[in-house]
Write a protein that binds this ligand. Structure first.
Ligand SMILES: *Cc1c(COP(=O)(O)O)cnc(C)c1O
Length: 494
């Protein structure tokens, strides 16, 4: 299997190890597999007998052909082990007769990003060996909360890699901040920055795009690497759990082999839902992909009109990991339903004008697979309360956006196909908003509320979030956005 850039008319081919090491293609495009490997119904049947690491190694092997099955199995066993995922990698919970919650948050940081970031550093480590890379990878992350912690847990103590995470000083929750400042590991650095997430993201981009900086780092034995979902190494592991969920439905006799299901995903950067689309292209019997957004409903508008327009107000919501105006992975979908020339054209328009309108033909192809719905803040809160009160199911704010969007879809289309909803964070990670959605009041501080939520709902605080305030703080630094590169230099000199 070879890879190429979504914007490369010459279709230059790359190996998977190079793709994982490099992240973004040189022309600014994203790497995609040159063809989609297929799975048959017999394959799906046989997958039902595999453990999660075995299934993951099998599926990853179809894309990452320069890794051996044994290498992948080894890495998958280490990534999805019982210590990191004490409840299994991704339990599927039946919420009502036709709705199943795929809980992707039972990993070390209680958000779905663990599903990819527990395995990706291991794949990068092998990629360094496979490509004969002697320099050390320096992973820089700008985070609005979830990605930073998940990346820290994934990359900590991995050889030949260092990781430095920047977060907005006043822009993350108390839980998220404590998760990061109490981080351990010999190769990690965490730093608060004065400013908002955009300032920090721009700061990191400036470092990535500066040739002089690249040269400086090169002389010191480093090259820059990125951990966000533009990297195919983060996308591939996300395909696995949709196949696993289908197998779980078969095993529990909820469906029969070949039955179509729908999938509903709370979406930000379009990575998670794109992975479900790739599973569908591979032959998994998925009918509709329901793309759920919060009040930043740029994708809902795009799926309804074919026009992507980022010239709009940005809203801070209670589902902050979906507060995004540029969904990078949409570029891969555009490529799959058109070609490199068309993709490059639209992406140039997005860059210069902030908007583009896809052709009728492309719109038709997207419509066959995707629908878009959104939930505003009060719909999100109502959904949390309703499912807790009526179904005894406690969900976080991001998951609630998806459940609400699914209801809107079903009301409009009268489609009662069995549906898997991707549940992307533990309710405890966003306890304040979950609590106030159910009880309409908010009398506790950020940390006390975890205990309170546990007592009144009779559910357990996940171990990684338990007594966070008793852990020792290892990172106290606060810098201005102008000093981010100095911070990086100081870190690598240590
Ligand atoms: C990152 C994240 C999302 C959005 O996923 P994308 O792959 O960016 O679409 C949704 N929910 C939570 C909790 C997240 O952390």
């Amino acid at each position: 299997m070879k890879f190429q850039s979504t914007r490369d008319l010459n279709k230059t081919k790359y190996d998977s190890a190079q793709v994982i090491k490099q992240g973004l293609a040189n022309d600014g495009g994203l790497f995609v597999p040159e063809e989609i490997p297929m799975i048959s119904q017999d394959d799906i049947k046989s997958f039902c007998h595999l453990s999660y690491p075995e299934l993951a190694a099998t599926v990853l092997g179809k894309f990452l052909s320069d890794y051996s099955y044994d290498e992948l199995l080894d890495d998958c066993k280490n990534a999805y082990n019982n210590d990191s995922f004490p409840d299994g990698a991704c339990p599927l919970v039946k919420v009502d007769d036709s709705t199943y919650s795929l809980e992707l948050w039972h990993g070390p940081t209680c958000a779905f990003k663990d599903m990819a970031l527990q395995i990706m550093p291991k794949l990068l480590s092998r990629a360094l060996v496979k490509t004969g890379e002697k320099k050390e990878a320096l992973v820089l992350v700008a985070t609005s909360g979830d990605t930073g912690k998940a990346a820290l847990e994934g990359y900590k103590d991995v050889e030949q890699i260092k990781i430095c995470v920047f977060y907005p000083k006043d822009g993350v929750s108390t839980v998220q901040q404590l998760q990061m400042t109490t981080q351990t590991g010999s190769n990690v650095n965490v730093c608060a920055v004065e400013g908002n997430f955009d300032d920090i993201q721009s700061g990191v981009k400036r470092i990535f795009n500066d040739e002089k900086i690249a040269e400086d780092l090169n002389k010191q034995g480093y090259f820059l690497s990125s951990a966000n979902s533009i990297n195919f190494g983060r996308l591939a592991p996300q395909i696995v759990y949709y196949i696993k969920a289908y197998c779980d439905l078969l095993i529990h006799k909820e469906i029969e082999l070949g039955d179509m299901i729908n999938v509903c995903v709370p979406t930000g950067n379009f990575g998670n839902i794109l992975a479900a689309y790739i599973a569908k292209l591979m032959g998994l019997p998925i009918n509709k992909l329901i793309c759920a957004s919060n009040s930043n409903n740029i994708l809902t508008d795009f799926l309804n009109t074919g026009r992507y327009d980022r010239n709009r107000d940005f809203h801070l919501t209670m589902s902050p990991s979906m507060d995004i105006l540029i969904s990078s992975n949409l570029e891969r979908l555009i490529y799959f339903v058109s070609d490199a020339k068309q993709t490059a054209e639209y992406m140039n328009l997005l860059n210069s004008k902030g908007c583009y309108q896809v052709s009728d033909d492309i719109k038709r192809k997207i419509d066959k697979n995707f629908v878009g719905y959104y939930a505003d803040e009060s719909q999100t809160a109502d959904t949390i309360a309703k499912y807790y009160n009526l179904q005894d199911y406690l969900m976080d704010t991001h998951t609630a956006v998806a459940f609400s969007a699914l209801e809107s879809y079903r009301n409009e289309h009268k489609d009662n196909t069995k549906t898997i909803v991707a549940s992307t964070a533990s309710p405890y990670k966003f306890a304040q908003n979950v609590y106030s959605s159910i009880y309409n009041s908010n009398p506790y501080d950020d940390l006390a509320i975890l205990e309170e939520l546990s007592i009144i709902t009779g559910t357990q605080i996940p171990k990684p979030l338990y007594q966070l305030d008793k852990k020792s703080i290892n990172f106290m630094g606060v810098i201005s956005a102008d000093n981010m590169f100095d911070e990086v230099l100081n870190f690598i000199k240590k």
